[in-house]
Design a protein. Structure first.
Length: 182
């Protein structure tokens, strides 16, 4: 597995996240030597749909893309829906793309990408119910375990986590991708 020593990775989520889609990539990033930082519109503690709790490290309103080497967007229907309606979360996400940094997105985490307006000409996968939204935002949708498009790593569901985590760490280790842009 690639090394992420010195890499700082934002995990953007809020209440209602899919537990394993947060905890498994977090573990993959930290095991590879990266620093994982929980960014959220909420403060204090947030809860996953299956009861996992986590402490927020940084408010989305204070997060700056230049302070991070990449971004992870876990899924969960409530999480994805709430994040896409938060202007600070959307702006932070778009800024990561503007700076050509790797992004990992799984399941319903991709909803925010439609509001960040970063999908034109991109190819990705997601939970199938997002297919129409992603296509309407200009993306090509594919039904694959994991798909990588110039630093954008995407997967469908928790069953895809092993492949997602491996590609996520690989793309984060590679760093900026010129094709990763808004």
């Amino acid at each position: 597995m690639a090394e992420l020593n010195g890499k700082r990775v934002a995990f953007l989520l809020t209440n209602g996240f899919e537990d394993s889609e947060f905890t498994d990539p977090w573990e993959a990033v930290t095991k590879a030597g990266g620093e994982a930082v929980l960014v959220s519109p909420e403060s204090g503690t947030i809860s996953g749909k299956n009861g996992h709790t986590a402490t927020v490290d940084l408010a989305a309103s204070e997060a700056k893309a230049e302070d991070f080497d990449g971004l992870v967007l876990p899924g969960g229907v409530a999480n994805g829906d709430k994040l896409r309606m938060d202007d600070d979360a959307v702006s932070f996400t778009r800024s990561i793309f503007d700076q050509h940094k790797p992004v990992g997105v799984i399941c319903h985490g991709g909803w925010i990408l439609t509001d960040a307006d970063v999908l034109k000409g991109r190819t990705l996968t997601s939970y199938p119910s997002l297919k129409t939204d992603l296509k309407n935002a200009g993306a090509t949708w594919v039904d694959e375990e994991v798909h990588v498009d110039a630093g954008l790593v995407s997967s469908r569901t928790p069953k895809d986590l092993p492949a997602f985590n491996a590609k996520l760490v690989e793309e984060l280790a590679e760093g900026k991708h010129s094709g990763q842009t808004a």
